[in-house]
Design a binder for this molecule. Structure first.
Ligand code: SF4
Length: 305
C-alpha cells in the first residue's frame, strides 16, 4: 500500500517531537494536517504552551516564524518556504522608527506583529489585529505611534478615540487592498440577506460596507455565533476553508475572488514535508534583538484576552 505524503508527515512529526502550526490563510491541505490552525496571537500562545515539542514547523510567513523563535528560544522553528515574506512587514524600517521617535519624543510606539524582529525590538508593545484595540486602551497615553498598517491604525483610532499616528505613513497589506466596496455592493444585490465580515487591514471604505470588522479568529467566532446563513468575507481566501469546516450549513463567499496572498501560499504540503525531514529553514533571531522584541511580545501576551 502506498504511503501518502500526509502519513509521512505524521510519522516524521511523531519521531521528531514536532508540532505544525498553520495560519488561517494556509492552503486547505496544510490546515488539515496542522496541530493548530489560527491567527498570529493564537499560534504564538500555542507555540509557548507546547512544552514537549522540540521543533515547531510554522506554516505561515517570516514575521510569524520569527515571533515563535523569539518566544521559544529553546525550540527549533522551521519555515517551510524561505521566500514566504510578508511585504507589509518589510515596509517599516528601523531608520523610519528612529526618525519618528525623534519627532514624537515620549509617545509610545505600538507595532503590529506584522513587523520584522528588528522593528519589534524598538517598540513598547506589540499587538495583533485581534487585540490592537485592547492594547492601545491599556496604554496611559492619548497619542500613540502605530505601524505598519495604516488601515488598522485608522480602525484603532476610530475604536479608541485616541490619536493614532501611522508609521510609515502608508503601510498596507497588498492582498487586503484588493478588496473594493463595489464588489460587496454587487454581491449584496445577489445575496441581500448576507452578512458582511471584513478584516481591519481592508480600507476604511471597505470596512464601512461591513456588519462586522475583526481579525480572522474573531471572524471565525462571529460566524459560529451569528444566526445568518450567508456571509460575504473580506479577508484572504484561506480563511474560507476553516469557516466552511466549522459551519457546514452556512455559505461563505469571498468578497473578491482574487484575494490570495502569494506569500502565504508559498507553503505547500511537499515543502512542509521536506522542511520537517531536512529541518530547514531554521529561523533564528540574534540576541539582543530577540531580547528586546521578546519584551514587546510578552507585554502584549500579558494583556487579558
Ligand atoms: S495577507 Fe497581507 S499581511 Fe498577511 S502575510 Fe499576506 S501580505 Fe502580509
Amino acid at each position: 500500500m502506498q504511503v501518502t505524503l500526509a502519513e509521512k508527515i505524521y510519522k516524521l512529526k511523531k519521531e521528531k517531537k514536532a508540532i505544525i502550526l498553520a495560519h488561517n490563510y494556509q492552503r486547505p491541505e496544510i490546515q488539515d494536517i496542522a496541530d493548530y490552525v489560527g491567527d498570529s496571537i493564537e499560534l504564538s500562545r500555542k507555540a509557548m504552551e507546547e512544552k514537549e515539542a522540540k521543533i515547531i514547523v510554522f506554516a505561515a510567513v517570516d514575521f510569524m516564524a520569527e515571533s515563535a523563535a523569539i518566544l521559544n528560544p529553546k525550540k527549533k522553528v522551521l519555515l517551510p518556504s524561505l521566500g514566504a515574506r510578508c511585504p507589509m512587514a518589510q515596509m517599516l524600517t528601523v531608520d523610519e522608527i528612529k526618525r519618528m521617535k525623534a519627532l514624537y519624543p515620549g509617545v509610545p510606539l505600538v507595532l503590529y506583529v506584522n513587523t520584522l524582529a528588528s522593528a519589534k525590538a524598538q517598540c513598547d508593545i506589540c499587538c495583533t489585529s485581534a487585540n490592537a484595540v485592547r492594547v492601545i486602551q491599556s496604554l496611559n497615553a492619548d497619542t500613540v505611534l502605530f505601524g505598519p498598517d495604516r488601515n488598522l491604525a485608522e480602525y484603532v483610532q476610530r475604536k479608541t478615540g485616541k490619536t493614532v499616528i501611522p508609521i510609515p505613513e502608508w503601510g498596507f497589506c497588498p492582498t487586503h487592498l484588493l478588496f473594493q466596496p463595489e464588489d460587496v455592493r454587487i454581491l449584496k444585490m445577489e445575496h441581500p440577506e448576507a452578512t458582511v465580515m471584513v478584516h481591519p487591514e481592508c480600507t476604511s471604505e471597505m470596512q464601512k460596507t461591513a456588519d462586522f470588522v475583526g481579525s480572522t479568529s474573531q471572524m471565525c467566532k462571529f460566524a459560529k455565533e451569528c444566526k445568518a446563513k450567508t456571509f460575504i468575507v473580506g479577508t484572504e481566501e484561506g480563511i474560507l476553508h476553516r469557516l466552511r469546516k466549522d459551519n457546514p450549513e452556512k455559505q461563505f463567499i469571498l468578497a473578491y475572488e482574487g484575494a490570495i496572498c502569494p506569500n502565504m501560499k508559498l507553503n505547500t504540503l511537499d515543502r512542509l514535508y521536506v522542511s520537517l525531514r531536512e529541518e530547514k529553514y531554521v529561523i533564528t533571531v540574534p540576541e539582543p534583538v530577540a531580547r528586546q522584541a521578546r519584551k514587546a511580545l510578552e507585554r502584549m501576551l500579558d494583556i487579558p484576552r
